[in-house]
Design a protein around this ligand. Sequence first.
Ligand code: F6P
Length: 368
Amino acid sequence: MALSKGDKVAVLTSGGDAPGMNAALRAVARVGAELELDMVGIEDGYAGLIAGRVVPLSIRKLDEASRRGGTFLGTARSKEFATPDGQKKARETIAREGIRGLVVIGGNGSLTGAHTLCDAETKGGPLLVAGIPASIDNDLACTSMSIGVDTAMNTIVEACDRIFDTAAAHHRTFIVEVMGRECGYLAMTAGIAAGADAVLVREVGKTDDEIVEHVVSTMRRAYSAPTEVGDTTKKRVLVIKAEGVHIDSARLKELVDTRIKQELPGTDTRVTVLGHVVRGGTPTAFDRLLGARLGNAALRALADGRTDVMAGWVGPGVPGPPTPYDPYVVLTPLEQVLAETAKLMSGESPLAMWRKKIFQEVERILQR
Ligand code: F6P
């Protein structure tokens, strides 16, 4: 059933923060005001829902926040929410506060939580729930981009540009580890954009020995290539390693060092783990707009009585007709999003297979 004027709708951000979450919050708050809904925020994700930390949403403050990374409402990875007691408390908050609709902004775990709340009782019937994909990992199916990916990609590229300078100056090899959990998308796309010499991702399925060989052969090529007199810029290597590649970066350096001792004596290697640097920072214009457009469509869908859905960005592998609210946004049932995401991560979906094929191709092309 569609929402009526004055109905209370809550929004929360959950899981790892992603730049652009604030832009999504701002859009949800502003569109909610336009639809004359009673908009509130919940602090620190599901932990705040359990504790009943419901706060007013200030459009003015969100206007300011939308230019910044992180999340204005705070976020958490709540273990308690996965327990029957946590679920019960969350449902009690929803009933006590008279919440009729809920918008959840987050990644896979957060949207799993959203799906479980779809049968929460409210005075007007079951709770209406809409999800918005936000995670720098881009590991969610049914959206071609999640909020935060573009900013994280730009941050990695900027960091690599800096590392290239010092790598070239010392003729060194750098292994740069980037976040992304089990998903190599961020590493691969950033690697292409940055001009990395090699990108290591889990999906390609290399053994540790093959990974070491890949780095060593990349170095061999770079250091033995003829260069013009005075041009030393090619005598350096930058390898991006996705977090999902399970060999530890320090261990990889050790194994590579052992291999090159004879063959490339005097060649220095270094490791840089970019870590949480990749997750923070000013959101790009694309991430702000993506947040705004997904926020707009998700809230309008909720107001029209749609529930248990995620608003996703169109693109390859994203089926479904566009929404009437935005031709670039599709709504997919959360159950389908979660099932497709599991298949994306286990390598079974067409998108997963396409990514693997492309990753392998790019790996070869970078070896030229
Ligand atoms: O899911 C986002 C992400 O940044 C992953 O890339 C990373 O593996 C994880 O979160 C880190 O989580 P935490 O900030 O809890 O250490």
